[in-house]
Design a protein around this ligand. Structure first.
Ligand SMILES: Nc1ncnc2c1ncn2[C@@H]1O[C@H](COP(=O)(O)OP(=O)(O)OP(=O)(O)O)[C@@H](O)[C@H]1O
Ligand SMILES: [Mg+2]
Length: 369
């Protein structure tokens, strides 16, 4: 138990008179408290000591009622959270009756719980108390964490497969097509003299093989540009944006500091995929004839922005995208997931005059490698 803290708490927390009109908890309230399946307690907001606990709290936290009543709420908090708790208690405004906060609690056996805490003021046996109800959300947090890890691994696997397919297409299929094209060229020359009536047919074969080779090269590049591994994000974006502008007819203004240098592999892939998806969206959804891609690096952050001057995202889509940020998937959800995996944040601004996707990565020592 953190027995050093209660006296400190007493001196730090302002003495607050019970708000006018606060009434003694009614007997029905106490029955509900006692029989509540969720852990509940009442504590003194000035000394932090437990005034009462229910059976569910005893079962969930492993302390007996007697032990609880000899403790303060600081005893069930991890030590590193205590200063924050004291600050929060000092800042508490009593005009608001119900508070909901997230917190971490320790049980008697040392397990750490992630909890949502609902607190409300009452008069308890004539003194000001805070009734607290606990929702243990540890399982939910673990499931969220597992989902994040899974989606991170899925994205990684997807990248590995894309890289492998790109290499196969480029090195095997592309090489075979190049050889086929060379042989067809030779046949075309020979056919011209021995069977001129067939020359056009062979010329068509040459054109088809040549188009297919171009398509395979583009497809391979879109799957995974070799330049990204060889020369880094600046060169890869340069070539990608130029090809995108040619294919889509959208004029793209690319503003990337040429002295950016190399960034960690994962960061480079993420930046590339975000630009790729965002520009694809500009082409498919915005109706804009221009787009701008900017990468800004300062000592603490790396910021990537992709802006267009199109019709903007439909409000209901924008709302859905903002609410379901963590869903595993393609498109914007995939971008956000990739960015979150590297500790970054993605924000979208969208109006009827265009949209901006802004991604901010914190730059730590590792990212400067
Ligand atoms: N730049 C944009 N301008 C206007 N609307 C956009 C823009 N980007 C996205 N949207 C809207 O947001 C929706 C979600 O985009 P998201 O990229 O997640 O999915 P998608 O492009 O429809 O499909 P995909 O999974 O193939 O990417 C789009 O369907 C479109 O309505
Ligand atoms: Mg999309």
């Amino acid at each position: 138990m953190n027995s050093a803290f209660p006296s400190m708490a007493i001196s730090l927390v302002k003495q607050s008179p019970p708000p006018a009109g606060l009434r003694e908890a009614a007997p029905q309230y106490r029955v509900w408290f006692e029989n509540n399946p969720l852990p509940m307690w009442v504590f003194d907001p000035e000394t932090f000591s437990f005034l009462e606990v229910n059976e569910a709290a005893v079962g969930h936290y492993g302390y007996t009622r007697g032990e609880f009543l000899s403790m303060t709420i600081l005893d069930i908090r991890p030590l590193e959270d205590v200063p924050m708790l004291l600050g929060a208690m000092n800042a508490r405004r009593y005009e608001r009756w119900t508070q909901k906060t997230q917190s971490r609690h320790r049980t008697k056996d040392g397990s750490l719980l992630e909890v949502e805490v609902y607190a409300q003021q009452v008069l308890w046996n004539g003194r000001l108390g805070e009734v607290v109800q606990i929702h243990d959300i540890s399982e939910l947090k673990r499931a969220e964490e597992a989902l994040r890890n899974l989606s991170g691994r899925l994205l990684q696997t997807q990248d590995i497969q894309k890289r492998r397919m790109a290499r196969e297409l480029h090195d095997a299929t592309g090489q075979n097509l190049t050889a086929l094209l060379a042989r067809l060229g030779a046949i075309r020359e020979r056919v011209k003299s021995v069977a001129p009536d067939q020359a056009e047919l062979v010329a068509e074969c040459v054109t088809l093989a040549s188009q297919t080779l171009d398509e395979i090269r583009t497809f391979s590049y879109l799957l995974h540009p070799p330049l990204l591994d060889e020369e880094g994000i600046v060169a890869a974006l340069d070539v990608y944006v130029e090809g995108f502008a040619e294919r889509s007819g959208i004029e793209v203004d690319l503003d990337v500091p040429s002295e950016l240098g190399r960034l960690p592999d994962e960061l480079e892939i993420t930046l590339f995929r975000v630009v790729q998806e965002a520009l694809t969206n500009v082409h498919r959804h915005s109706g804009s004839s221009t787009a701008a891609v900017r990468l800004i690096r300062d000592p603490a952050t790396l910021v990537l922005e992709i802006a267009d001057r199109g019709r903007g995202m439909p409000p209901e889509v924008l709302e859905r995208v903002r609410r379901h940020g963590a869903i595993v998937g393609v498109g914007i959800a995939g971008m956000r997931e990739r960015v979150a995996q590297l500790g970054g944040e993605l924000a979208i601004e969208s109006r009827d005059r265009g949209s901006v996707i802004r991604v901010v990565f914190p730059l730590t020592g590792a990212s400067d490698a």
